[in-house]
Design a protein. Structure first.
Length: 518
């Protein structure tokens, strides 16, 4: 469709938007110049039509009825079989709804994307299908994935399988609930501030955030390129390792990935002896004022101490920069998400890789039409980021990105003395769900209060695995195991050893009852 160039008055309005006041004579020159430049846009659109993918028509999907979706965890269900053989043959997988599955509706928890149907499979979806997995559907996620609670999706709250009155955690809320409840075997999660690990902790499952760049993000809706991660969510550590083995590796389309990415044999690593490994229990990960619950701290300390039974050396370590890192994340996530996700139509600019023009257009148009439909967390981020752009010239984003190197250096220094670091994944057990009538300040605080330990490792890029450490007040507690960058195998190895030591991880009461009846 030919682009209609602006007339002289419209060019004048564009100039005023920049604070310029060109003369009438200058406008006579600029108006045809703009039209001439836009002729290349017409040419590019015509050329792109020759390579644009077409969505498949043989992947039907269904919005499940409430009676078939009691946890509110499914966005749509489908049945896309993978290869007949492979390491994931027989596995049913839920895909977080910020990840594209061609021909299947995608909402990303937000009115701004509702009705969009991707034409491409994300790289991780292609790899899952090639490995034999069956895609069972799209799992609900929070509005544009900006919440650590499970109350912000426009489809409604996602309920915790351990207690339906409580949060599942976010933003990979549906993925966690579906795995924990046994609806699927494995799930894809996304993590920019803890969104794989936090719902895993609240739901009593395993969640692994890979080293930044290990798993390609191609085909997933971005928030901030330096924070974006995808990772496995499973019931056992072995399944997390098996899934990571399928997902990891360079695809040549994602600039988050270094050219020399070298995945490890994560399954084989699980069988290696853990005796002699050094475990640092990070003091600053415990005792967060007004957040940390004694039952959670005590459960994780007890779990870490049990690692000595396997011959590991367990010591406390002070890491003051862990508390500073949260402020660095706040600025990067706020300014970065505003520039890239809110004002850059999701994908932003100035990077080489695979863009999705159809998603960019759809979301960009919708986000201007229904901005009042954003969740309170997205609104708060957009308002803060816009102030930073207009009044602070985003200089604090530049400062924070420079400080990210310092954050990484402090974790690297601690990890030069220890093989892994340990702390609670989240400082509390799953809180009650927010009521829609609760004040806005409650809705925002309950969406972000749990990120304090998880978000720093999205800044630093270190791998981190959340495993169930036990129960507190009858609800799951997550222990987070952090490793050296690119050494995801050691995180999973320690997690697997703890899983064996504890005799396996418990299931929600509903699943336990079902198992007894069976």
């Amino acid at each position: 469709m030919a682009i209609v160039p602006p007339n002289k008055n419209q060019v004048a309005a564009l100039a005023r938007g920049y604070g310029m006041n060109p003369s009438d004579a200058a406008l006579d020159v600029y108006t045809p110049l703009v039209a001439a430049f836009l002729s290349s846009y017409d040419a590019v659109e015509e050329l792109y039509a020759g390579i644009a993918p077409q969505a498949p028509t043989d992947r039907p999907s269904t919005r499940p009825e409430e009676s078939d979706n009691p946890l509110g965890a499914w966005y749509v269900t489908t049945e896309i079989p993978g290869a007949a053989e492979g390491p994931l043959a027989g596995y049913r997988v839920a895909v977080k709804d910020n990840v594209e599955v061609a021909g299947v509706p995608m909402m990303n928890g937000s009115r701004t994307l509702e009705g969009f149907v991707p034409s491409r499979d994300a790289t991780v979806v292609t790899r899952l299908l090639e490995a034999g997995a069956t895609v069972a559907g799209k799992a609900v996620c929070e509005d544009l994935c900006f919440s650590g609670g499970s109350h912000t999706s426009k489809t409604g709250p996602v309920r915790n399988p351990w207690d339906p009155t409580r949060t599942t955690g976010g933003s990979s809320s549906g993925s966690a609930a579906l795995v924990a409840s046994g609806e699927v075997d494995i799930a894809v999660g996304g993590d920019q501030g803890g969104s794989v690990r936090m719902p895993s902790a609240f739901s009593g499952i395993v969640g692994h955030k890979p080293t930044h760049g290990l798993v390609p993000y191609t085909g997933a809706f971005p928030i901030e390129m330096t924070l974006d991660h995808l990772g496995p969510m499973t019931r056992t550590v072995a399944d997390a390792a098996r899934m990571l083995q399928v997902l990891a590796g360079r695809d040549g389309l994602d600039p988050r990935q270094p050219a020399d990415v070298q995945p490890q044999d994560y399954l084989a690593a699980l069988e290696q002896d853990v005796a002699g490994l050094r475990v640092g229990v990070v003091a600053e990960g415990f005792g967060w004022p007004e957040l940390s619950e004694p039952g959670v701290d005590d459960t994780v300390r007890a779990a870490a101490a049990r690692l000595r039974e396997l011959g590991m050396e367990v010591e406390d370590v002070d890491l003051p920069w862990h508390r500073h890192a949260l402020h660095v994340w706040n600025v990067i996530a706020t300014d970065g998400a505003t520039v890239q996700m809110v004002e850059g139509n999701g994908y932003g600019y100035n990077w080489e890789g695979l863009y999705d023009p159809e998603l960019i257009e759809y979301y960009g148009r919708q986000s201007r039409q229904v901005p009042d439909e954003w969740s309170p967390t997205v609104t708060a981020v957009a308002l803060t980021g816009r102030w930073s752009i207009e009044q602070l010239q985003t200089r604090h984003y530049a400062m924070a990105q420079n400080l990210a190197h310092e954050v990484r250096r402090h974790y690297d220094e601690a990890l030069s003395r220890f093989d892994v670091l340990v702390m609670p994944t989240v400082p509390m057990v799953a809180p009650p769900l927010v009521d829609p009538d609760d004040p806005l300040e409650i809705q925002v605080s309950r969406a972000l209060e749990m990120i304090v330990n998880a978000a720093p490792f999205d800044v630093s890029g270190h791998p981190a695995t959340s495993v169930p450490a036990g129960l507190s007040d009858g609800l799951p507690v997550g222990m987070m195991i952090i490793g050296k960058r690119w050494d995801d195998a050691t995180c999973l190895r320690v997690a697997h050893a703890f899983e064996g030591l504890s005799g396996g991880f418990p299931s929600p009461p509903a699943r336990q009852d079902a198992a007894v009846q069976a």
